[in-house]
Design a protein around this ligand. Structure first.
Ligand code: ZN
Length: 276
């Protein structure tokens, strides 16, 4: 009996070691995925909230209730949330603002539908200098309709170029779309976008800089991620000049994105500046 008991202990120890190892592997993988998606910034909340399901649609898991879904999502009820309605009658001229300098190279991309958006992950080496600080471009992704409103109006699409300077310092360049001539990037890839969760890897290199309009005048304000955990760590640069996509492209892309926008949030005591 004594022998059997000690054997049992050994077996249990081995089992627990193996399962710990597997858990650790799973955790590392999750962290990697979250880094890609920039959905989770706080280390402690990552642990507690990573399995929490949320959606862009009305209901218990929808935007109005994100702040209650997990302790780590409490920022979603904060005072400096994004997106906002940009009221052009109440903006301040950014006399000390600096022009946006993008130093994007040609990059291979992987296109991921993560269930919340269609996201282009880019290779390293793409930077932007924003207010004298260097930010690394991590990824860009789309919302339909636009998340930011200008003078109370939504636009059909909005793309977010997500950059990071540090764990607590992000910058997102937002570009709105209006209906017009065909969009070159969408023309090339729209047929390959995964319609549900999935990934498409492109061998071709994209000229990332060509995705931004020539005129980089921008509205600037301090805000947050627009998806849980809604961390208030984002310097927003919403470009004033829209880019275009055709009616057909907008319809097709919108049917994949399925209304993945967060409604505008109170501006509270924040100021929006315009750089032109
Ligand atoms: Zn976004």
């Amino acid at each position: 009996m004594k022998f059997k008991f000690s054997t049992l202990i050994v077996i249990l120890t081995v089992i627990s070691f193996v399962s710990c190892k597997q858990n650790k592997k799973k955790e590392e993988k999750d962290v990697h995925l979250h880094n890609d998606a920039v959905h989770t910034l706080k280390k402690d909340s990552k642990k507690n909230c990573k399995e929490v399901h949320w959606t862009h649609h009305q209901g218990e898991e929808g935007p109005a209730n994100w702040k209650n879904l997990c302790d780590g999502f409490s920022d979603c009820g904060g005072k400096a949330q994004s997106p906002i309605n940009i009221d052009t009658n109440h903006i301040v001229n950014g006399v000390e603002s600096k022009p946006i300098k993008v130093q994007y190279a040609r990059s291979k991309v992987s296109i991921v539908n993560n269930g919340h958006t269609v996201q282009f992950n880019v290779s390293k080496g793409n930077n932007a200098i924003l207010d004298d600080k260097e930010y690394k471009l991590l990824q860009f992704h789309y919302h339909s309709p636009s998340e930011h409103m200008i003078d109370g109006q939504h636009f059909p699409l909005e793309v977010h170029f997500v950059h990071q300077h540090s764990d607590s310092d992000y910058a997102v360049i937002g570009v709105i779309f209006k209906e017009g001539s065909e969009n070159v990037l969408l023309q090339k890839y729209l047929d390959f976008f995964p319609k549900s969760k999935g990934q498409y890897n492109s061998e071709e290199e994209i000229d990332l800089e060509s995705l931004l309009p020539m005129d980089k005048s921008y509205y600037r304000y301090n805000g947050s991620l627009t998806t849980p955990p809604c961390s208030e760590v984002v310097n927003w640069y919403v470009l004033r000049t829209p880019i275009t996509a055709s009616k057909e492209q907008i319809e097709k892309f919108s049917s994949i994105l399925k209304g993945n926008y967060r409604p505008v949030q109170p501006i509270n005591d924040r100021v929006v500046t315009l750089y032109k």
